[in-house]
Design a protein around this ligand. Sequence first.
Ligand SMILES: Nc1nc2c(ncn2[C@@H]2O[C@H](COP(=O)(O)OP(=O)(O)OP(=O)(O)O)[C@@H](O)[C@H]2O)c(=O)[nH]1
Ligand SMILES: [Mg+2]
Length: 354
Amino acid sequence: MSLSVGIVGLPNVGKSTLFKALTKKHVDIANYPFCTIDPNVGIVKVPDNRLQKLADAFHSEKVIPTIIEFVDIAGLVRGASKGEGLGNKFLSHIREVDAIVHVVRCFADSEVIHVDESVDPVRDMETIHVELMVKDLETIEKRLGGLEKEARAQNKKAVADKAALESLQKEMDKGVSAFAYMEKHPEHKESIQELFLLSAKPVLYLLNADTSRDAVAAQQYAEEKGAPFVVLSAKEEQEAAGLTPEEAAELSIPSPRLPLLIEECYAMLGLITFFTTGPDETRAWTVQKGAKAPEAAGVIHSDFREKFIRAAVIQWKKLLEAGSTAEAMAKGWIRTEGKEYIVQDGDVMEFKHG
Ligand SMILES: Nc1nc2c(ncn2[C@@H]2O[C@H](COP(=O)(O)OP(=O)(O)OP(=O)(O)O)[C@@H](O)[C@H]2O)c(=O)[nH]1
Ligand SMILES: [Mg+2]
């Protein structure tokens, strides 16, 4: 399972710079708007210090982390929802990702062109928010039109969907995103999710700032929305990405904040990690929070899900404390779990299948 995060924002704010720092892929970065048109796609390893500790303890030959996909999307401008600046095509790229990192320009640099001519992070955050919302309201309007007839004929699902969408529409008119709405009204989630709304995706604000002082107002905006945020300089991170830690220290480049961003994205996607370990390899695997044991088995091999019998489970820390599987077994720390077991972050698992 690999989920994807879209890098979204106004043109020329550092989206491709961030993408390059994350994926180390060579992409076009230039000081003019709409440098990126077609999305760049790259895979990023999820940092996890538990992984290496397990691998060391078990003398594993290979160490395999989990990954998430990042997509560098073209810049959006005001009016994108109405087709400005290739808006509709770019919005469709956003529809395909599972979560959004919204890059906000906080850095001052007068050399770098701003499409709205001045640096104003909060205004820019609102611009993107509004574009996604306007597009969604259009989608909802269309859907409600389609539901009209069925609802009049008392089709149960249509009646429920209509009520949910009308309630959502009212809140969105006040500026509430579909994501925030669903948190408050989980009973309407099913009706809303069918529409693949842009504002239904979780958002993390990446405050692209040369100094943290520049990000104060934007940070406050994110906090008011209850949205996660990370402050970093994409340019600095990108320059540091090619250096060893020693070289970076020599140039007094502060310690990288990208690992934090990746971890935050992983959490935003609602993902947790379980491990398999042994002399061949120690590997991290991804499941959605709340997944049961057969689903986890299915991540390793699709056949294992159907043929799941039971799982041997121990938390990674307990296993390290025991020192070996045999010792953990002797202490009675390895549990046997069945089909209904809900996988916990940090579980080390071994599956028995038919
Ligand atoms: N000072 C400063 N400049 C930056 C920073 N991040 C990006 N830039 C500069 O901003 C310009 C645009 O960067 P890109 O990464 O191409 O921006 P983009 O958002 O991908 O732009 P489009 O693809 O056109 O939408 C480049 O000249 C970068 O060097 C930063 O943190 N600080
Ligand atoms: Mg770009």
